[in-house]
Design a protein around this ligand. Structure first.
Ligand SMILES: Nc1ncnc2c1ncn2[C@@H]1O[C@H](COP(=O)(O)OP(=O)(O)OP(=O)(O)O)[C@@H](O)[C@H]1O
Length: 234
């Protein structure tokens, strides 16, 4: 079943479009990557899906419902979680307080997943009383993922999870995302430039250039470094 589709979406920050005529479809349970060099519009795509930018034309369907005009907070409550580039955790709040922030997007009666978050990331339980700003980059990324999971999303959007994370932890983040997908059934759409993360996480990828989708890569093509390298900033 298709959980998210964009049909002919054109959007920008002013009169000039940054994304033009974007078509994509994500099936329930998939992990789909978006690759492309700096400035092609990957973050803009994420912001459009979560409702921070309104398309000038085209439509967005989530869970069988047209959400093109739906406000960002309503989209979050309907199950779209977002982990922004740079994570945006609250450095002066404790780990636990940061996680509690995730509850604010919950619809009344939604399950909050503290136990599952602490099972996935035991370090967050160990450091529950510590300020978020004292965690390493990788732990902050775990906290940002945990905060989004507390909101009980069906679809999780993740913007450059490997950025600012030391190489030894980067693999761990990819494995954690696969575990979240497997165990919680969460569908994932992520932006990434790190080849290893893309190869570890993605079932398939969309490749972007200058505001449009120019290619779709299968898992076989993702495994072939030469096929994917032209879409990355390396
Ligand atoms: N707030 C904004 N106002 C105006 N233009 C913006 C804004 N944010 C991004 N842009 C422009 O939109 C285009 C796409 O930017 P976007 O951040 O979506 O790219 P990206 O592929 O995510 O890049 P990166 O890999 O560097 O994060 C760029 O030309 C950028 O200058």
């Amino acid at each position: 079943m298709t959980v998210l589709s964009l049909d002919g979406v054109t959007v920008g920050y002013g009169p000039t479009p940054v994304l033009r005529e974007i078509d994509l479809a994500i099936e329930r349970g998939e992990i789909v990557g978006v690759v492309g060099k700096n400035g092609v519009g990957k973050t803009t795509l994420m912001k459009t899906v979560i409702g921070l930018l309104e398309p000038t034309s085209g439509s967005i369907t989530y869970d069988g419902r047209d959400v093109t005009g739906l406000a960002a907070d309503d989209r979050a409550r309907s199950g779209i979680g977002y982990i922004p580039q740079g994570r945006d955790i609250f450095p002066d709040l404790t780990v636990e307080q940061n996680l509690r922030m995730g509850e604010h997007v919950n619809a009344d009666g939604a399950v909050t997943r503290y136990e599952e978050v602490y099972d996935l990331f035991p370090v967050l339980e160990e450091r529950a009383g510590q300020d978020g700003g004292t965690l390493s980059g990788g732990q902050q990324q775990m906290l940002a993922i945990g905060r989004a999971l507390v909101g009980d999303p069906d679809l999780l959007l993740l913007d450059e999870p490997s950025e600012g994370v030391q190489p030894s932890i980067v693999d761990q983040i990819s494995e954690d995302m696969r575990a979240i997908n497997d165990e919680l059934g969460t569908t994932v759409l992520f932006v990434e430039q790190n080849l290893g993360v893309i190869q570890e996480m993605a079932d398939r990828c969309y490749a972007m250039e200058r505001g449009t989708i120019v290619d779709e890569l299968t898992s076989e093509e993702i495994a072939d470094e030469d096929a994917i390298a032209s879409h990355l900033a390396i």
